[in-house]
Each structure stands twice: as C-alpha cells, then as structure tokens.
Write a protein that binds this ligand. Structure first.
Ligand SMILES: [Zn+2]
Length: 372
C-alpha cells in the first residue's frame, strides 16, 4: 500500500502502518475515552479514561494484526508468498502474492481470520473473569476487547466478497461449480448487496441522530462496494487473458542498448525515435539490466550527455516472465509492483519485452473486434 511506513518483521513478513491508521487510532481512542468507557463504567478519573482508551485501542490493533497474521501464516504454509501486512483505517490487509490453487486451501485461509478473532474474544472474556472488580479499568478493557473481537469475527464472516466470509462463500461455490470465475462473480454480487445494505443502514442511523456512527457504517459500505467491484473487474480481465500467452503479444525484438551508451543517446534513438518507454541493456549478448523512462526522468537533463546507461539502469530486482506464461499472471506482476514493463526471459536469455501499453492495446483491440 502506498503511503505506509514499515515497522517490523514477523517471520519474514513486513508489518506496516498506513497513514490513515493514525486517524482510526485517534478516533477509536477518543470514542473509547469519551464515549464507551464513561457510559458503561462511570466513576473513573479523566486520566484513567484516556490511559485505558489508548491501551484498549492499541490492543485492538494488535488483535487485528493477529487476525491478519493467521491468514498470512496459512498462506505461507500453502506456498504462497506473503509480501507484507498493512494496518489502515478499516483494519488490516495481508498482501499475498497469487491465489490458492484449491478451494479447500482457500477456505482454510479465509476462515482462519474470523476464527482467530473469535478465539481472541474467548481469551479476553476468560481474562476478564480473573481481573477482579468488574468495573475496574483492567476488567473494562478485557470486556471491551472480548466484545470488539467477537464483533470483528462476526462482521468478517458476513458472506460478501472481499470480506473473509465472502471468500469462504467463494471457496464453497468454487468447490461445487469447479469454476472460480463464476464463484467470484456470485460472491462479489453478494458483497455489493451487503455493501448497499450497510450504506442504507448508515444513512438510517445518521437520520436517527447517530451522526458519527452512521457516517462510519456508510463509509465502510462504500469501501466494501468498491472492493467488490474491483474484484469483479479483475475476474473480467482474467476472462480476457484466458488462453493468451505472453509470447502472443510481447515485443519479440525490443531495441537493446549496451551499458556504455549515454542516456542522451537512449532518449534520442530509442525513446523518442522509436516511441519506446524502456530498453533492455545487454553486454556481449547477455542481459545486464533495463533502463526506463522513469530512471531517465530522475536524472537532471544537463547530465544526460555525460552519463552512461549503466549508471542509472535497474539491475536488481529484474522482474521477468516466460514466453509461455499466461498474460493474466504477467499483468498481476505489473500491477503488484507498479511497473510499466517486464522482461521476457527464456532460459535466462532475453526473448522480448512486455509493456503495460502492449497489454492495454491487446485488450482494446480484442474488445473492438468483439472477441471475448
Ligand atoms: Zn480477515
């Protein structure tokens, strides 16, 4: 997620915080210290309310992190790479590379999140029994954490994609129909119905006088609707990409340059004259890197004539696909790393270059011709 700050690593997974998380942290602390705790546990001092509010909010985010770690550990155990976990305004998100190959594995990965939230709720409920006086700040914190984790587990079990419950529904439909696209479409539709229900409920709450609560619920509905729509579009895209290989649309004879060539030469002869946005850099016929428009733009223009390509080219990591790979997985790579082109390698040798523009052009043409 752009705009997030890396904090620490747990079992190789980078844990980050998105700037919107700070807003959620302030809102939750404030509503706990001035709303929930004074209302249900009167008689503490203001300092006690604020300190308890901060601790309860932080432990809530720790609970969300545990929920996400549960998803990520199952993903890793099934061989999927987990890039990172980011906490943001609506909770947490695990950035998992690729999709599960089997419905059963998807089911386990999805259901483990809500299950871990419900287990946390039970643990906090148990701790509360040992906390003595049930109106003390410690017991009140445990009560709140038990409640909020139970809510988190229950909410995530709602059967609309992309909530965990929607993924559970999709895995079951996928198992029955053996068709992941159809299953995703149905689960996304349920997700959108649910989202509109939440927006309607939020508006109702707002009209009833609960302004902040109403807005919040409507906002979550709006976010869910967008996410469900995005996953439906992804399915439609994959439908388009089905059966198309990278070699079918890649540029099989990309202009290459040697590392000694100057940046000014690349701009003039490759970018401007040939209309390319990137050029593989080869030394004695072997791939050494790639130089792109983005790299060039970062160098002041007065240095173009005196700087060799080798000084600004990207060498690590070099993202690549194979000619036989399907276009869907290549497109995912472009989207996931926010890059404009990817090298096509066959047995370590350069076989072509696939750019975002090639993919988009292919989509537009096949749509115009009426191919599905
Ligand atoms: Zn989850």
């Amino acid at each position: 997620m752009k705009g997030s700050l890396g904090l620490l690593r747990i079992a190789g997974i980078r844990i980050g915080i998105h700037y919107t998380w700070l807003l959620a942290f302030v809102l939750i602390t404030w509503s706990l210290a001035q709303g929930f705790f004074p209302r249900f546990f009167p008689g503490w001092s203001q300092t006690e309310y604020w300190i308890t509010g901060v601790i309860a909010a932080l432990t809530l985010f720790l609970s969300v992190l545990i929920h996400e770690l549960a998803h990520s550990f199952v993903a890793k155990a099934s061989g999927l790479p987990v890039e990172n976990i980011t906490l943001f305004i609506f909770g947490g998100v695990s950035n998992i590379g690729g999709e599960m190959k089997k419905p059963r594995a998807e089911f386990v990965m999805a259901v483990i999140g809500p299950v871990s939230s419900l287990v946390l709720a039970a643990i906090f409920w148990g701790l509360r029994q040992f906390a003595g006086d049930s109106t003390s700040p410690l017991a009140a914190t445990f009560t709140y954490l038990a409640l909020v984790n139970a809510l988190l587990g229950a909410f995530n079990l709602l059967p609309g994609f992309p909530l965990d419950g929607g993924r559970v529904l999709r895995s079951i439909l996928w198992g029955i129909t053996r068709n992941i696209r159809k299953a995703t479409n149905i689960a996304a539709t349920v997700g959108q119905i649910l989202a509109f229900g939440l927006i309607g409920f939020g508006v109702f709450q707002f009209l009833q006088g609960d302004f902040l609560g109403g807005l919040w619920v409507a906002f979550i509905g709006w976010f869910l609707n967008g996410a469900a729509d995005a996953s439906r579009q992804e399915v439609t895209l994959q439908e388009h990409f089905r059966g198309v290989r990278v070699k079918d649309i890649m540029d099989a004879t990309p202009e290459t340059v040697t590392p000694e060539v100057t940046v000014a030469d690349v701009v003039k002869n490759i970018f401007l004259r040939r209309g390319r946005r990137a050029a593989p850099v080869c030394r004695d016929g072997r791939l050494a890197g790639i130089v792109t428009l983005t790299d060039v733009k970062e160098l002041p223009q007065q240095d173009w004539a005196t700087t060799a390509v080798s000084e600004i080219m990207a060498t690590q990591p070099l993202y690549s696909v194979r000619p036989e790979d399907d276009l869907g997985s290549a497109f995912r790579l472009l989207a996931q790393y926010g890059i404009n082109q990817v090298l096509v390698l066959q047995d370590g040798k350069l076989a072509g270059l696939l750019s975002r523009a090639d993919v988009i052009q292919h989509l537009q043409l096949s749509q115009e011709i009426g191919m599905s």
